[in-house]
Every structure is written in structure tokens, then in C-alpha cells.
Design a protein around this ligand. Structure first.
Ligand code: FAD
Length: 451
């Protein structure tokens, strides 16, 4: 009945092409809901959905630290877009320009020439990238922590550096290899550091010459607190916990330079490190700058409470790329996190359907409920609906919550299997870094032949 009404109400607005830029949290969940709500229109060809993303999968980012620690297979923390969204057309590549006046984007496919893709309704869901600063040496040695590639490369790197330290007789090289720096003590930085440190410490049992105390982990934070997402009390507890574990947490300190791996901090300390992870904030994906959609003072798509793009028609945006006013906290914007992204996607999809039917749009309203964070195996911190947990209960809550959130039953089962196997068998502690350079061996063989 509802579907029939929608169908009839839509009579004048046929063949709508909904284009979603970005297949992450917002893109995937918006498309999933549209797929359900518009199933009849999608079948009859009255509506079409296209998603453009460089990847053919959505990354469940809160699982990146667990993948880096080897508790989860990287394949199980991503959701394959084509399998989950059979009614949508997935194009792999990037949108490089949005011309909303003409209702067309420039699409750069993974291979080949760019082309124009026309649309009727656009959803800007391109998320964010690392916010960096012009710090000498940062582009040479720094690595972010936002993608599966970065998480797995970091895991391989940490384990490879343990191999290096075990095998060298140069004390300087050894010290440098065993020094790991993370800049930024928000969610991504603290979880990445805590999981990697836990994994590295565990791995030392397989090395003859490396003791846990030989590892040096430094967390550099420009403000005076860590993990603001869990509130001041739990943030303070996290700080103490990290320090008890021997992690050198430097608050109110900035990275000044890291040229050639020589780290200089604003508190005057200097040391060498082979690894520097940069997690000091995010900024909107650069595509938001390349087009005619309005931006707010922080360079995000200027959003509204109904998740449209301010001052436009047929344009919607949400997630990390958009500045969405928080109606539960007047004068503030919704924070860039998955908690908002998933809920915004639901309202956004419903508002697209309402928009196409000529109905009034509804406001996005969600009061931030707090957060959970994993700090290594069996360790965590949580502050959800005012309930504060630490240690094992928080870690258990962290896992249960994220298991309930990771998309599709298929992924949930695979994640549980990974965790269960990790309970009964020891962690994998080998570096497969050569996977990042698969042709090196072959090249060396060719060079030998030439000689
Ligand atoms: C390590 C880590 C841990 C986190 N933990 C939590 C947590 O515990 N709880 C929580 O609430 N939040 C957490 N977050 C934050 C959360 O993951 C993000 O807020 C959320 O992913 C934002 O969703 P989004 O759809 O806006 O962006 P994303 O999920 O990042 O998706 C954006 C998509 O757009 C694509 N894209 C970018 N540019 C283009 C372009 N030009 N053309 C086409 N496609 C493009 C990208 O490839 C990507 O797939 C964490 C983040 C990280 C990095």
C-alpha cells in the first residue's frame, strides 16, 4: 500500500538518478535504506542508485586497531559494496568535481579517462582524510591510521622492526627501531597505540634479545587530555593506565619536526624513531573544495538539520564531510564519528524519499551517548549513557557493541570466528611486509640473469 502510494505520488518525478559520492558509513547505510524503501522503483527503473568510491568495500574503521593488532582478519572488517547493494551500481574511482548547477560530477575511474556522470539527487558522503600540518619530515616518515592499508602496513612495520632490532648489533639502530611515536590522543591515536603496543609487547616473548622494557612508545598530544570522547574522568583514567603500561604520554606537547626520523618535540626532547603515526585530527575529503556546493567556516559541506546542503535543492550530505548543526546542542555541530554517521544516513535516506515525494523533510536529532574504546586485549574504557566502565567490562562492551554494528550477518560471524580462534590459539606475530613489495624478488631474479 505504502509502496503503491509512493509509486503514484512519484508519477511526475520519474527516472530519478541518486548519486552517492563515497561508499563509507554514510554512503553504505544511505544506499541500504534506499534499496529497501525504493525497492519497487528500483525494480521498475523509476529510480537508480549509483555509488562512486575508489574502493569496492566499506571500511568499518573502529576495527582498524584490532586488525592492526592481528585479532581480526582485514578482510572481515570490510563490507563488500556490490554484494550488499545488488540494486546499486558501484563505480570505482573518485569524483574530482561537483557541478551541482548542471547536476553533473566529473568521475575519474580507477583506469582510463575522466567522464561526466549526470544525476538528479546527490549525496556527498566522501568522509574525511588526515589533517596534517607543514611539519618538516612528516610526509617522509609519517603514516596515517584511517585505512585498512595503513593499519596492516603498520602491523607489518612494527613486527619487522622487532626483527631488525633482534638481528642488529648496532645499539643506535636497535633503539631507533624499537621507538614508536603516535601523534594525537583521540580515538584513533589511543586505540592504535594501545593495540599495537599490546601486540608488540606480547611478541617480544619470541625474541631472545628483546624485553618488553626495550620498547619505547611515545604518545604526543597538543592538548592537556587524552581520549576526550569518553569524558574527563575516564580520559584521566586512560592516561594513568597508559602511563602504568610504560607508555610515555606527553601532553601539551607538539611535534616540531621529524626529518630523517629524528623527532623533535616542543618540550625540548629529541630522539630517533623509525615509526611515526599521525592521528592528529581529520579534515573533509578534498572533493568538497572542487565544486559549487557551499562550505562552512571549517571547510566542510555546509549542512542543515535536515541533512540537505544549505541553500541548494537535490543535494544532501552527512558524516565527516559535512557540518551538520546539532539540534540537541544549539550552536554546536555533530562530531565526526560513526555514531552520528550511521544515524544520519538513515534520516538522510528517508529525507531523499520524502523529497522525491514532495513531502516535508524531518530533522536529524541524536544526543551523543558517549563512547567505548579498546586499549588492547581484555582492556578498555567506556562512558555510555553515563555508565563508566574500565578494564575487562569496558573491553567486553567495546567488542559487543562493535559486533552489533558491523554491517551484515556474514561479517558478524566472521568477526566472532576470528575472535574465538584468537582465544584458543596464540596471536600471529609474523610480519608479511613483503606483500607490500611483491615484485622485489622477481626484480632481483631478473637483475641476476642480466649479470
Ligand atoms: C581508527 C579509527 C577508529 C574509529 N573508531 C570510532 C568509534 O569507535 N566510534 C565512532 O563513533 N567513530 C569512530 N571512528 C570515526 C568513524 O569511523 C568516522 O566518523 C566515520 O567513518 C565517518 O563516516 P563517513 O561516511 O563520513 O566517512 P567514511 O566512512 O570515511 O567514508 C567515506 C568514503 O568516501 C570515499 N571517498 C573519499 N573521497 C572520495 C571521492 N573524491 N570520490 C569518491 N569517494 C570518495 C572514501 O573512499 C570512503 O570510502 C573511528 C575512526 C578511525 C579512523
Amino acid at each position: 500500500m505504502l509502496s503503491q502510494a509512493l509509486h503514484e505520488g512519484w508519477g511526475l518525478r520519474m527516472n530519478k538518478h541518486i548519486l552517492i559520492v563515497g561508499g563509507g558509513y554514510v554512503g553504505l547505510y544511505t544506499a541500504l535504506r534506499l534499496q529497501r524503501k525504493l525497492h519497487r522503483e528500483l525494480r521498475s527503473g523509476e529510480a537508480r542508485i549509483t555509488i562512486i568510491d575508489p574502493q569496492s568495500y566499506m571500511t568499518y574503521q573502529p576495527f582498524l586497531p584490532e586488525a592492526a593488532a592481528g585479532n581480526l582478519s582485514p578482510r572481515h572488517m570490510v563490507a563488500p559494496l556490490r554484494r550488499i547493494l545488488p540494486k546499486a551500481h558501484i563505480l570505482n574511482g573518485t569524483v574530482t568535481k561537483v557541478n551541482h548547477a548542471e547536476r553533473v560530477v566529473t568521475f575519474q575511474p580507477a583506469e582510463g579517462e575522466p567522464r561526466q556522470v549526470a544525476y538528479d539527487v546527490i549525496v556527498m558522503a566522501a568522509g574525511s582524510i588526515s589533517r596534517t600540518l607543514p611539519i618538516p619530515g612528516l610526509t617522509d616518515i609519517g603514516i596515517g591510521f584511517k585505512t585498512v592499508g595503513e593499519a596492516i602496513a603498520l602491523r607489518n612495520r612494527v613486527l619487522h622492526l622487532l626483527d631488525v632490532a633482534e638481528s642488529t648489533d648496532d645499539p643506535e639502530l636497535r633503539r631507533r627501531a624499537l621507538t614508536f611515536v603516535v601523534v594525537g590522543a583521540g580515538f584513533a591515536g589511543v586505540e592504535a597505540l594501545a593495540e599495537l603496543e599490546d601486540m608488540a609487547k606480547h611478541s617480544t616473548r619470541y625474541y631472545r634479545n628483546i624485553e618488553p622494557a626495550d620498547l619505547r612508545w611515545v604518545l604526543v598530544e597538543a592538548t592537556t587530555r587524552v581520549l576526550p570522547e569518553v569524558g574527563p574522568e575516564m580520559g584521566k583514567w586512560t592516561l594513568e593506565q597508559l602511563r602504568e603500561r610504560g607508555i610515555d604520554v606527553k601532553l601539551d606537547t607538539r611535534l616540531e619536526s621529524c626529518e630523517g626520523g629524528h623527532v623533535v618535540l616542543s618540550d625540548g626532547s629529541e630522539f630517533d624513531a623509525e615509526t611515526l603515526v599521525w592521528t592528529a585530527g581529520v579534515k573533509p575529503s578534498p572533493v568538497v573544495n572542487d565544486g559549487d556546493l557551499p562550505l562552512d567556516e571549517r571547510g566542510r559541506i555546509k549542512g542543515t538539520t535536515t541533512l540537505t546542503v544549505a541553500g541548494t535543492t537535490d543535494a544532501f550530505s552527512a558524516g565527516d564531510a559535512a557540518g551538520v548543526p546539532d539540534v540537541t546542542n544549539p550552536g554546536q555541530y555533530c562530531a565526526p564519528n560513526a555514531q552520528h554517521a550511521v544515524r544520519q544516513a538513515k534520516v538522510l535516506a528517508d529525507n531523499i524519499v520524502r523529497h522525491l515525494r514532495g513531502q516535508e523533510l524531518v530533522e536529524y536529532r541524536h544526543k551523543y551517548v558517549g563512547s567505548v574504546a579498546g586499549l588492547g586485549l581484555h582492556q578498555g574504557v567506556a562512558n555510555v549513557y553515563g555508565v563508566k566502565l574500565r578494564g575487562f567490562p569496558a573491553w567486553f562492551m567495546h567488542r559487543t557493541y562493535h559486533l552489533s554494528r558491523v554491517p551484515t550477518l556474514n561479517r558478524k560471524v566472521r568477526v566472532v570466528v576470528d575472535w574465538t580462534l584468537a582465544l584458543f590459539f596464540k596471536r600471529e606475530t609474523i610480519s608479511l611486509g613483503e606483500m607490500e613489495h611483491p615484485r622485489d624478488g622477481f626484480r632481483a631474479a631478473v637483475a641476476t640473469t642480466r649479470r
